[in-house]
Each structure stands twice: as C-alpha cells, then as structure tokens.
Write a protein that binds this ligand. Structure first.
Ligand code: GTP
Ligand code: MG
Length: 316
C-alpha cells in the first residue's frame, strides 16, 4: 500500500493525537489500513472520540491508503508465509493443505466424544513447536466454556511431542467462562494478552454451548445470532491482526429436513457457516479411530482423513 503524502501514520489522522494513537495501537490498530476498514462507530468506541470525528478519521485513512494490485504469483508467495499448525496426523494435515491455517477460523463439529476437544488440546501443544517443525513458536489462549479443559492431557501430549510438560502447560492460558458475557469479554479483552504472550492459537471449546443454553427457542434466535455474529467477527479480527489461528468446536443437531443420508448438522446457522473458513466434521469410527470430513474449505477439495486418539494425543 502506498500512502498519500502528509498522512503516513495513524497519528497524522485528524482527531488522533498521541494518546488516542496509543489506545488504538493497544488494540492492534497500528496502521492506516486497519483504521480505514473500521466502522466509524467501532473507531469511536475504541478511541473515545465522537462518531463525527471518527467518520473524518476513517475517511482520511481511506484517502491516504491507495490499494496496490498484486499479481496472483505475489499473493501465492504471501500465502506461503501464513503460519500453519500440525494436527499430529499427517493424513489430517494433508486434508487441510498442511495443517491448521493462521489468519482464519477452523471449526470442528461432531457428536460427543468425536474428538473435538482432544484436537484442541493437541493444537494447543503443537502451536508451541518452532516454525518449520509444525508449530508457530507461540502460545495458546484456551477459552473453556464447558469445563472440559484437562491439564493432564496437555502434559501427556506435550511429553510425547518432546516438549517440557511444565513449560508446555504454562504456555496454555486458560479462561473458564460460565456465560456468554464472559465468553464475549474474553475475546474483546484479548489484545493485550495476545501481544504480551505471543499467542498464536485461540481455542474456543465450545463456541456455541453457552449461546445455545442462554438463548433457547425461536424467540431468542435473533438476539443470539446477532451476538454470535459480533463475537465471531472479533475472533476473525484477532486472527487477521495478529496472524494467529483460531480453532472453535461446535455442537450438532439432527436436521429433520434431511430425510436420506446423515442428518447431523452443525448448530449456529448461517452466521456460523459463513464465519468459519474451514469446517471439519468429526465422527467416531471403530475404537480410537475418528473420521474427519473436510466440509468447507476455500482451497482444498472435500475429502476425508482418519486419525486416532491415543494416550499420547492425535496420531495417524
Ligand atoms: P463433546 O465435548 O462431549 O461434544 O465431545 P468431544 O468431541 O469434545 O470429545 P473429546 O475430544 O473430549 O473426545 C473424547 C474421547 O477421546 C473419549 O471418548 C476417548 O475415546 C478419547 N480420549 C480422551 N482421553 C483419552 C486418552 O487419554 N487416551 C485415549 N486413548 N483416548 C482418549
Ligand atoms: Mg469437548
């Protein structure tokens, strides 16, 4: 991006002084491009400035950023630099095109005991591996909404991965949330934690459970979907701004409209379906085997992989 002369940094924007700039930077909005794409209301909320002034600042940021076109080859090069995290299973990594991708949301849905949480544990450990060895050399922020976080599993999985289990455990920051307000706040207030701890993976296990129990029935659906939408957009923002991966688990229901074939459908409706860049459907097979179906991906064909849940974590 090329900037118009005069306005080079966010401090140069009208209405944004050093203090406001600091505030914005603390929430990851440190470039003109990031301000340019903000909704003025969001900027007003983030900075404390009036909506009118925020409109002017966004407009100026837009004018100061000129979009340069990249060739497909350049985009391809840039995409190769996006971080990836190994799942522990070569087959599943291949299905995903090289592991879980940063800057996007990956959703795993499936019935109970299908392995959604176990995969979350495995990724929480693997993200700590160095870049080039299947990790991103970073830590995990684990939002536990169902009280199913088990440090024993992190310990066992990290040992098997050749990491120091004590260190591995201290590199997983767990937030236990009991209602949707806490869940939403955990993400809204995550910027500082992410910056200070080099968080490279956010796990939300499960994304929908609290939303479902707090907003039951059709009457509450509109409000639920609105809150969910905003929550998911904030997750996507964190993924983009900090080049980190987001892994969310989701529950399922039987869709009565599907008369033939598998009626298992992820909950969360269209909002969830659009927000997840990659969707995985996990189901139980024999014993410790699990079948994973890639349902939706921007770049990989639909397909299936088989993984095993072992005492040492996810394996082929
Ligand atoms: P819900 O949260 O209930 O919807 O299920 P989930 O998809 O999150 O299931 P989870 O990932 O917790 O998988 C549970 C399954 O993992 C259990 O049924 C076990 O088969 C397996 N599992 C969990 N811990 C171990 C372990 O230490 N060793 C082995 N071999 N399997 C384990
Ligand atoms: Mg679970």
């Amino acid at each position: 991006m090329v900037k118009e002369k005069g306005i080079k940094e966010i401090e140069d924007l009208p209405g944004i002084g050093p203090t406001t700039a600091e505030k914005l930077k603390a929430s990851g909005h440190d470039t003109l491009e990031k301000i340019a794409v903000l909704d003025p209301h969001e900027l007003a909320e983030l900075s404390g400035m009036s909506v009118d002034n925020a409109k002017k600042a966004v407009e100026a940021a837009k004018n100061a950023t000129i979009l340069e076109f990249s060739t497909g080859a350049q985009v391809y090069e840039q995409r190769k630099s996006i971080g990836r995290i190994t799942t522990g299973s070569k087959e599943l990594d291949d299905l995903l095109g090289g592991g879980l991708e940063a800057k996007s949301i990956t959703e795993a849905y499936g019935k109970f005991a299908s392995g959604k949480t176990q995969l979350g544990f495995q990724l929480s450990v693997n993200v700590q591996l160095p870049v080039g060895s299947g990790g991103m050399g970073g830590k995990t922020l684990f939002i536990d909404t169902e009280s199913t976080f088990r440090p024993e599993r992190i310990e066992a999985i990290s040992k098997a991965a050749g990491l120091n289990p004590e260190e591995a455990l201290s590199n997983v920051l767990v937030v236990h949330t009991q209602n949707t307000e806490q869940q939403i706040l955990a993400i809204e207030k995550a910027d500082k934690t992410i910056q200070e701890n080099n968080i490279k993976l956010i796990v939300v296990d499960s994304l929908m459970a609290l939303f479902r129990s707090e907003f039951p029935g059709r009457g509450a659906l509109g409000e639920r979907q609105q809150k969910l939408n905003s929550h998911i957009h904030k997750l996507q923002r964190l993924a983009d701004v900090y080049n980190l991966a987001v892994y969310v688990t989701n529950q399922v229901m039987d869709n009565p409209a599907i008369l033939f074939g598998d009626p298992t459908t992820p909950v969360g409706g269209n909002i969830m379906a659009h927000a997840a860049t990659t969707r995985l459907y996990l189901r139980k097979s024999k014993e410790d085997k699990r079948i994973i179906r890639l349902v939706d991906s921007p770049s990989m064909p639909e397909g299936e992989a088989v993984m095993k849940i072992t005492p040492n974590g996810i394996k082929d």
